[in-house]
Design a protein around this ligand. Structure first.
Ligand code: HEM
Length: 280
């Protein structure tokens, strides 16, 4: 039942309801966007004793700004959700869906019973996959930390000052192709879709505009990916309005459409390998 619901993700909507799920009553804090970083100054993990991080640029950013523990350790399900609500103004249902998808990839329960360290999410072929936009493949070296050359190529997939579904769809097709040429196995069906969901989050958070014509300034995305810091110097502020799943759906669909055209293949249905469907 859960899988069936999850499979509707790409075609119908970005978010699926877990049967019987009740969203915890997370509240966005009352601060205005200009001050959402009060008390959340950026600090490099290299300055934090024993800090661990993961291959996700946004989770790392939230830890670097102390929306998650700065050492990246002892994080519960609800703490992941709350960090996305407070740091990004995601709606609790969207933040819960993203979190559940990720914890599911580790085979973890979607409740408060477990504490996670961020480096657990570097688990290759479970939460971490090849053909990332900003990280090397496992066989190529450091697959957890950002690679500046890959970021540069990602930005150059767009000929304008901003990224959109067309440029990111092209980036996804290119990275899958490069990955196989580098000698990595082809991405599993689940990860082909997951890569599109992850990429759509970039336009969701940093983009403006409606539907699948939302676009995100390259200057913001570049600074964010390289430093894992909110790019306030480039004009970024947390969304004033809560970001809901309906904003994400057309972005994922737009990226999928372009990737499928350029790859000359259709994004496959979940192969069941990981028991989850893209909800990240
Ligand atoms: C509990 C919440 C989340 C967890 C545990 C998580 C974890 C991960 C992991 C493990 C990856 C690595 C996949 C790979 O191998 O490329 C990843 C990638 C990514 N995540 Fe997250 N993530 C979360 C939420 C978010 C949010 C809210 C954003 C918003 C921007 C985001 C943006 C991204 C992007 C853009 C990538 C792709 C990076 C690339 O391809 O180089 N994530 N995430």
């Amino acid at each position: 039942m859960q899988l069936q619901l999850l499979a509707t993700f790409l075609t119908v909507s970005t978010v699926v309801a877990y049967p019987g799920a009740r969203w915890p009553s997370f509240q966005i804090d009352a601060r205005q966007s200009s001050s959402w970083l009060d008390g959340h100054e950026w600090k490099s993990p290299s300055q934090v004793r024993g800090a661990v991080r993961m291959p996700c640029p946004m989770m790392n950013t939230l830890a670097n700004h102390a929306f998650l523990p700065r050492d990246g350790k002892g994080i519960t399900h609800d703490a992941f959700v709350q960090a996305q609500v407070n740091g990004l103004n995601l709606s609790p249902d969207l933040a819960t869906t993203i979190t559940n998808g990720m914890l599911g990839r580790l085979g973890a329960p979607q409740n408060q019973s477990e504490f996670f360290n961020m480096d657990q999410f570097s688990f290759h072929d479970h939460t971490e996959h090849d053909a990332s936009l900003s990280r090397l493949d496992k066989i190529q070296g450091d697959f957890v930390r950002v690679n500046a050359r890959l970021v540069d190529t990602f930005l150059r997939d767009s000929k304008t000052d901003s990224l959109n579904t067309a440029s990111i769809g092209a980036s996804r097709a290119r990275r899958e192709d490069e990955s196989v040429k580098a000698g990595s196995p082809p991405l599993s069906d689940s990860f082909v879709a997951a890569g599109q969901g992850e990429a759509a989050l970039i336009l969701l958070i940093f983009g403006t505009g409606s539907g699948d014509s939302r676009n995100a300034p390259k200057s913001m995305v570049k600074s964010w990916l390289l430093k894992e810091e909110f790019p306030t110097a480039q004009g970024f502020v947390r969304s004033e309005t809560q970001i809901t799943p309906d904003v994400l759906a057309p972005l994922t669909a737009g990226i999928k459409r372009v990737r499928d055209q350029l790859s000359n293949s259709t994004t496959p249905d979940d192969d069941g390998e990981n028991g989850w469907r893209i909800n990240h």
